[in-house]
Design a protein around this ligand. Sequence first.
Ligand SMILES: Cc1ncc(COP(=O)(O)O)c(C=O)c1O
Length: 381
Amino acid sequence: MNLFNVYPLFDVEPVKGKGCQIFDKNGTAYLDMYSGHGVISVGHSHPIYISKLSAQIQNLTFYSNSVQNPLQKEFATKLGLVSGCDDYELFLCNSGAEANENALKLASFQTNKKKVIAFQKGFHGRTSAAVNVTDNPKIKAPLNLGFPVELLPFNDIVAVEKALLKGDAAAVIIEAVQGIGGINLATKEFLTQVQFLCQKHGAVLILDEVQAGYGRTGKFFTFQHSDIQPDLITMAKGMGNGFPIGGVLIHPKFEATYGLLGHTFGGNHLACTAGIAVLEIMESEKLMDNSTKIGAYLLEELSKISEIKEVRGKGLMIGIELDFAIKRLRNMLLYDEKIFTGSSSNPNVLRLLPPLCLSQNEANLFLKKFKKQLAIITTKL
Ligand SMILES: Cc1ncc(COP(=O)(O)O)c(C=O)c1O
């Protein structure tokens, strides 16, 4: 049987990982500046992660959500403490899109409305409702267009006020730093005003922290660089360091009833074990501090490079905008320098999302190799 051919593939076959390095089938080492779409948070093959998951596999891998599972409570308690959001409640699922599906559904239940306000260049997933609030018409099938969406310019508070004044919005969904859109930062003022307007007009504020959350920008959630308190917070990617897990943090003003949300796999024993291991490592290795420190260093050094049009970001979520398409440069970094980097929906923006344990030496190695390939490509332009 062939695989349904939806992914263009690089000619690399990783078989092993350690920290911020991955090794291909020939034993060649690569520096991972992208974490496989921002998923590897605490580093590849961390010994604590391996030992916790191995021990859990020996005992029990799965049972349904209709029995007691103390691992879910342990995970929720730890998540509340590490994130500083312990007054929220947790619903567990498997991915970012599912987290957003459930958040949008809760917002619609709560308000009995169905219009959603989202933002240009935003990305929220590829499933039913999540893709409808995503700014990419090419990935929406007719059945995804089942409810009205207003896609507004990012950081445009006048547009948000005008849309909310109509009184028909169930929710506003926003990334505090747009990832796939090319690392675009919402201003503190904008987020504060959006929250104020949501409260005024009875719309639910959903912060999509799937990519920017979980310590990547130096705070646990990116909205915590502002003073807002969202109604719903969605997360996935870094949560399980590669084990599929997603979740929604739900403000206590939402009332749970049996069957309102549900899942077969969400919050299973292995997923919770992976989630607990990630939080323990994040805390013990102070990875949020590392993200702040190494991220600031990279931003400073990158901003000195004259060939770069603009460098944007926070912590270890960085966009490098050039005045030409980055596709060739990205291939040169991968094949000639053995460095993984990411792209974005802006063809001129190279996206960096390394594991949060990236060291100063690894950052320097990246800078050296990046400058070398940038010099080669710009002299040939
Ligand atoms: C901000 C954001 N939200 C949601 C998603 C969807 O997550 P998943 O691919 O786990 O469904 C992504 C994926 O890149 C994302 O970046």
